[in-house]
Design a protein around this ligand. Structure first.
Ligand SMILES: [Zn+2]
Length: 326
């Protein structure tokens, strides 16, 4: 039984809640209707449960199952892009996404954890002997992740006009390197993907092979969206909310606090990123690895930021890298 939850949040703009197999347990996708155009923003994962919930929502709204004309994805993560192939094949909709996100997605699908990544974990103090037990993210998601190739690569400042909809693309790197939010100009609505969320702070991690300073990118993207006037934010997780500037500033302050906390943790002695993560995020070696690993990547994003500012130094200690406040 599918438990579709759909609501018109603005005339012709619908929020659809789709189930996820992990926390957060719901992703919001949005359907925008104007004239003959039905635009879907983000897709959910490719599971029978999610597709059934989506179909029920379509029926409730009055959009035919093959009625979608466009699909736009904010970024490459499975809950946003994972069902793009299924929906595109069924409807013939044109698919829009940032090129960078598509390139990351192409790499994401490839199975095994490389030796480079293992070395990266060891260097940063992750207890790797436990970590090899669980599947890599790519293996975990592979069954629900069936992305399609975009028909068009969206770029910063581009305005997509579909019917009466004027959708401005705003690139907001940070959560992912090519993350985009969408600004509906006439309605002044901001579809924020995972960039701006009401209850949780978006994950910002430093990954081997990824951008050098993702937290700096993310904080700049939080300032960037404040240049727009917004009536309502339509996030990918949690409820809609009005004051995007207030929330963006809260998120900036959260990270400033976190940065200071990390400095304090390494004032007297050098520590690995994993140890700093334990102290600042409150996990330990007994916590679920699905908590420990992302928190370590997030710690590293903060350390990269501090290192670029000259506020921490790195020291080699055997096969590990230690961080110490300057
Ligand atoms: Zn995401």
């Amino acid at each position: 039984m599918s438990d579709a939850k759909v609501r018109e949040v603005w005339p012709g703009i619908y929020i659809v809640h789709l189930p996820l197999p992990v926390r957060p347990t719901i992703v919001n996708v949005y359907l925008l209707h104007s004239g003959d155009e039905w635009v879907l923003v983000d897709t959910g994962v490719d599971t029978a449960e999610s597709k059934a919930a989506f179909d029920t929502a379509l029926a409730q709204i009055g959009c035919p199952p093959d009625g979608m004309t466009r699909v736009i994805c904010t970024h490459h993560h499975p809950d946003h892009f994972g069902c793009s192939r299924a929906y595109r094949e069924r409807s013939g909709a044109r698919l829009y996404m940032n090129r960078l996100e598509y390139e990351i997605a192409s790499a994401f699908g490839r199975g095994r954890r490389s030796e480079d990544v293992t070395a990266f974990f060891i260097r940063n103090g992750v207890p790797i002997e436990r970590f090899v037990q669980i599947p890599s993210p790519a293996a975990f998601w592979s069954e629900m992740y069936r992305p399609a190739t975009p028909d068009h690569f969206i770029e910063d400042g581009e305005v997509l006009t579909f019917g009466d909809l004027q959708i401005e693309v705003i690139t907001t790197p940070g959560h992912t390197a090519g993350h985009c939010v969408l600004y509906l100009r006439r309605q002044r609505l901001l579809i924020s993907g995972d960039h701006l969320l009401p209850k949780i702070t978006p994950h910002v991690g430093f990954y081997p092979g990824g951008p050098e300073n993702p937290l700096r990118d993310f904080l700049e993207s939080q300032r960037k969206i404040q240049r727009f006037d917004v009536n309502l934010v339509l996030p990918a997780h949690g409820g809609t909310f009005p004051d995007h500037r207030h929330r963006a500033n809260q998120i900036i302050h959260h990270h400033e606090y976190r940065l200071q906390e990390m400095i304090d943790a390494i004032r007297r002695q050098g520590r690995t990123a994993y140890e700093i993560g334990c102290l600042c995020f409150g996990f330990d070696v007994g916590s679920p690895l699905m908590v420990q690993i992302p928190a370590t990547f997030e710690t590293l994003a903060h350390l990269q930021y501090l290192h670029a500012q000259g506020r921490v130094v790195r020291e080699d200690h055997g096969e590990q890298t230690l961080y110490r406040a300057t």
